[in-house]
Ligand binder design. Sequence first.
Ligand SMILES: Cc1ncc(COP(=O)(O)O)c(C=O)c1O
Length: 465
Amino acid sequence: MPADVMLLRSEFLGLNETVPIKDGRRVVYVNFDNAATTPPLKAVVAAVNAFLPWYSSVHRGFGYKSQLSTGVYNRARDYITRFFGADPGKDLVVFVKNATEALNKLSYRLKTRQNQVILASRMEHHSNDLPWRLKRKTLFAELPPDGRLDLADLENKLRNNRVALVTLCGASNVTGVINPLRTIAEMTHYYGAAFLVDAAQLVPHRPLRLRSGEAPDFIAFSGHKLYAPFGSGVLLGPAKVFAEGIPELTGGGTVAAVSKTRILFAPPPEREEAGTPNLIGAFALAKALQWLQEHDFPALATYEENLTKYAYNRLATVPGIRLYGPPPFITPRVGVIAFNLEGIPHSLVAAALAYEAGIGVRHGCFCARPYVHHLLRLSPAEIAAYEERIAAGKKQDLPGMVRVSFGFYNTREEVDRLIAALFFLRDEEVKIKKSYRLNPVTGEYLPPGGDYQVRLDRHRESFFL
Ligand SMILES: Cc1ncc(COP(=O)(O)O)c(C=O)c1O
C-alpha cells in the first residue's frame, strides 16, 4: 500500500478492527458499505472530545458555557454555509437529523401555487420520493435502460407542466451515477422552477457549490455518511422559504412570543429547529467538512474515482457477474457499484462475503426500489407478485442486488480481497449453497455451525457491562 494511502487511512477510526469469520479466525474488517454510513474521522472525534467539557445548552442559558455552546452552534452553521459557496445574507442552513428529515422538511415548507407540481426522477432514494408523492402531485423523469437520467424527458416535463421544484439526487446510491447538476440547474431555472439536490451521496464524495458552482437552490445531506456520526443533517437553501408559515414541528425554540391568544413564530433558523438542537452533531458535521477542505478534497475525489474504475474493471472479470449502471469510464460516478452474480441470490453473496471473508457490503434494493426494478428490468407483473409475497410476510427470494461503496480510506488491496472472495464463492458455489441455511424470518443466510452468533452477542453485551 503506498505511504500516502497509509497516511490517509490513519485519519479514520476503527480501520484495523478484526472480526470473526466462519472458520473461527479473525480478519481485518473491510467496510464496503460507506454509502450507508462511514466510519468517523479521528479529527472529528478529537474535536468533539475537546469540546465536550464545555458542552451546555444552546440558546437557553446565559452562563459562560451556554454562551460558548451557542457560539459554536452558530459558527458551525456559518462554516457550512460558506463551505458550499452559499450567500450568508440570503441562504440558510437548517440543522436536522439526516437527509431524510431535510427532504421531508422542505416537502412541508415549500410554498407552491395551485396546479404546480414537483418533478423528481425514477432513480431517487425513497427519502426523495415519498415525502413528495405523499403530499403533492409529483412527476418522475424517466431513465434509459442503463440507469442514467433522461435529460430530454426531464426537459419535456419541465416544458409541459407548471413545475415548482425539480428534486434529484446528486449521485445515485445504487449506481453512483452523478447527475449533470450544472446543466440541470440551468434548465430548471430557465423554466422558472427551483432545484433541490438530494446530496446525501454527493457531499461525501465531490465538492459541490451553490450560486456560482453547480447552482442548486437547495441541498440536503447527512453527517453520518460524511465521517461525522453524531446524528446531524443539513437542509441548505434560500432563507425566504422559511420566513413564513407554520413549521412542521412546533414547540420550544420555534417561537418569539406565546400568550393565551397569540403565537408569534421566531425568524428562521430558530423557527425550523424545534426543541433543543443537536449541538454536537452540528459541530461534528462542520468539522468533517473542515477536514475535507484541509485535505485537498478534489485530490481525494480523484483517488476515489480511480479506485472505483479499478474496482469496476476487476469486478468485470468475475464469471457471471452483472454490473449495473453505465461504466465509470463513460459516465461520472461516485464510488458505488451494484452487481449480481448469476445463479446466486444477492443475500447469499452478501452472507458469504461477511462470513467467509470479513467484508461488509449491503444487499437488497437500497431504499430505491423503483430504480432497482428499472435496472433489473422487472415487469409490472413481477413487481406485483413479489410485493404480494412481502405483504404476506415472506422475505426470501426477493429481487435485489449487492452493493459495494467506497470511502476515501478504502484501498486497492481491499478491492483485491473482495475479488478473491467472489472468485472463491464462484468456485465453492455448490458447497456454500448446500451448507448455508436460510433464516425464513429475516430472509438472510447463515453459515453452517460455528460460534459466529455467540461471539456477536458477547461483543454486543460487552458495551453494556
Ligand atoms: C441518495 C440518498 N438520499 C437520501 C438518503 C437518506 O439518508 P439518511 O438515511 O441519512 O436520511 C440516502 C441514504 O442512503 C441516500 O443514499
